[in-house]
Design a protein around this ligand. Structure first.
Ligand SMILES: Cc1cc2nc3c(=O)[nH]c(=O)nc-3n(C[C@H](O)[C@H](O)[C@H](O)COP(=O)(O)OP(=O)(O)OC[C@H]3O[C@@H](n4cnc5c(N)ncnc54)[C@H](O)[C@@H]3O)c2cc1C
Length: 489
């Protein structure tokens, strides 16, 4: 098997300009990219304060009633993961209490997703903008056009929809911070910052990446990678992007021509621009380190972003929102089973190679709700360790755990690539049959399909890229093979 895994690499066919040559209209019209030299293009947008302070949602929510019976489940955290599970579990007849200091606060993160990941979830009203395609700029001369619609999720709409369903199904809410969880043999209790104790048969931790309630095995190395990014929703004088295309990744580094320090650092640990043009003057821009370990400095990201916007001639008039994005990627899974069941960021569900997670969590939640209903429903009174084990197992099935090893290997590979290697990777990756690259990005490939993807990438690999794998990746490769063997034997 190890031999097969060594095939998981690629290298580009020589940097062609296939796509641009085939497309008379460049993805970014060159005439609209202005020089970085003009004094009027100085970037001072970091001094601008974000102007949007979205109002809290206004919905009637039922409060936790201390005199009522114990809950089937207490869900800590009203992010996308927690509310989706609350909605689904309550619609299956379970008594649910959600705990969050501010359940009606708007979500702060800007979420993007492939449209085909959201469509099956029946959430069309929760999309606020669709681009018919996405562009990937590899360098100044070549780019890929991905014919796969991409969308920006309406956070407000999605949260409202989930809260409304929860309210309709009788979910109770408690406004407080959860501090600790105590377990008895067949029940648990969540202690909150206001002194309240919330009793429940099962406790779900949906508090995101900073989770405090889910444990990891003591001996296991916490070798996460980190995605770090700085994003702004900005009103600009103008921007060079085609409004019908979002920019998934722009790896060009022309903006560093006069910045030797930035260029050197970027050659080693590259960052890219992610851009969602909403109209001619409104654009979401995010300079992103796909994955780094240790985490790339936030300051460095901001300096690169300033240089890039200057080069693209983007003058920021107003910052409407900003976000510091830190996503924990890869690393070990939490200990399983354990008393508290994790979900979303708290259960290491972010895609180890991309950091995406929202659509995936929304899609996996029904299986978790089914497992909860099967155990806690009126006909089957399964409690305690058996309940926790079944719910964990519905989340991290053996197949998903095995596939995650592959995606983790993808992350370990990306961590070892410099700018040239990264460009080579994505050049070959997006040349694959869309079934494979789309399936990889959406965590939809089976283990065998992931092996087939490796073979297809290998067919495109240059000798240098094969050498890269042999010299830079033997340890992660061996670790992946070992982990897979451990799971199957
Ligand atoms: C800036 C940013 C941008 C991202 N963009 C994307 C994207 O475009 N697409 C994508 O797929 N993924 C994206 N992600 C990754 C991931 O999807 C998000 O982090 C997502 O919000 C995780 O959802 P969650 O429900 O697990 O946790 P969160 O959204 O972090 O929600 C956690 C909730 O728990 C509450 N909480 C925390 N501690 C406690 C406590 N002790 N007691 C009670 N409540 C508590 C918080 O108040 C919060 O409401 C992004 C992440 C970040 C940080």
């Amino acid at each position: 098997m190890a031999a097969a895994f060594t095939l998981l690499f690629f290298s580009p066919p020589p940097l062609s300009n296939k796509l641009l040559a085939a497309n008379p209209r460049p993805l970014i019209p060159s005439g609209s990219i202005r020089s970085s030299r003009g004094p009027h293009l100085r970037c001072s947008f970091f001094d601008l304060q974000p102007e949007h302070h979205p109002e809290s949602l206004s919905l009637p929510l039922d409060r936790h009633d201390p005199s009522g019976p114990a809950y089937d489940a207490a869900i800590i955290g009203c992010g996308p993961s927690g509310l989706r599970l609350a909605e689904l579990a309550s619609s299956r007849g379970l008594r649910i209490c959600c705990i969050d200091p501010a359940p009606l606060s708007p979500w702060p993160n800007n979420y993007g997703s492939w449209v085909d990941e959201l469509t099956p979830l029946g959430l069309p009203s929760c999309i606020d903008h669709i681009w018919s395609s996405a562009a990937v700029f590899l360098d100044e001369r070549s780019a890929k056009l991905l014919e796969r619609p991409y969308c920006r999720i309406s956070r407000r709409e999605l949260k409202t929809r989930l809260l409304e369903s929860c309210a309709a199904a009788g979910v109770r809410f408690h406004r407080a911070r959860a501090l600790s969880v105590n377990h008895q043999e067949f029940s648990s209790s969540v202690s909150c910052s206001d002194g309240t104790k919330i009793p429940a048969s099962l406790v779900i931790d949906a508090t995101g990446f900073a989770s405090l309630f889910v444990d990891y095995d003591a001996g296991v190395k916490r070798d996460h990678g980190y995605q770090i990014a700085h994003g702004i929703l900005a009103e600009v004088d103008s921007h060079p992007f085609d409004p019908k295309q979002m920019v998934l990744m722009d790896w060009r580094d022309g903006h560093m021509a006069n910045e030797p320090y930035l260029r050197q650092a970027n050659l080693k640990t590259p960052t890219f621009l992610y851009a969602m043009p909403l109209d001619e003057r409104l654009v979401f821009l995010e300079e992103t380190s796909l994955v780094s370990r240790p985490m790339l400095s936030y300051n460095e990201i901001k300096k690169r972003m300033a240089a890039r916007l200057r080069h693209l001639g983007i003058r920021v008039r107003r910052v409407l929102e900003d976000e510091k994005c830190v996503i924990r990627m890869g690393g070990p899974l939490p200990r399983m089973p354990q008393g508290v069941v994790g979900l979303g960021g708290a259960a290491a569900m972010a895609h180890p190679s991309t950091g995406y997670m929202v659509a995936r969590t929304l899609a996996v939640a029904p299986a978790v709700a089914d497992a909860m209903a099967e155990c806690l429903g009126s006909t089957r009174m399964i409690r305690g360790r058996q309940l926790q084990a079944r719910v964990w197992a519905s989340l991290w099935t053996p197949e998903r755990r095995a596939e995650r090893e592959f995606y983790k290997f993808g992350m370990e590979t990306l961590l070892r690539l410099d700018l040239a290697g990264t460009r080579a990777f994505f050049d070959a990756f997006f040349d694959l049959d869309p079934y494979y690259w789309q399936g990889f990005l959406s965590s939809k490939l089976s283990l065998w399909e992931l092996l087939a993807l490796s073979l297809a990438l290998f067919r495109r690999a240059s000798g240098r890229s094969k050498m890269d794998v042999i010299t830079k990746c033997p340890l992660p490769l061996a670790r992946m093979a070992g982990n897979l063997a451990h799971q199957y034997i």
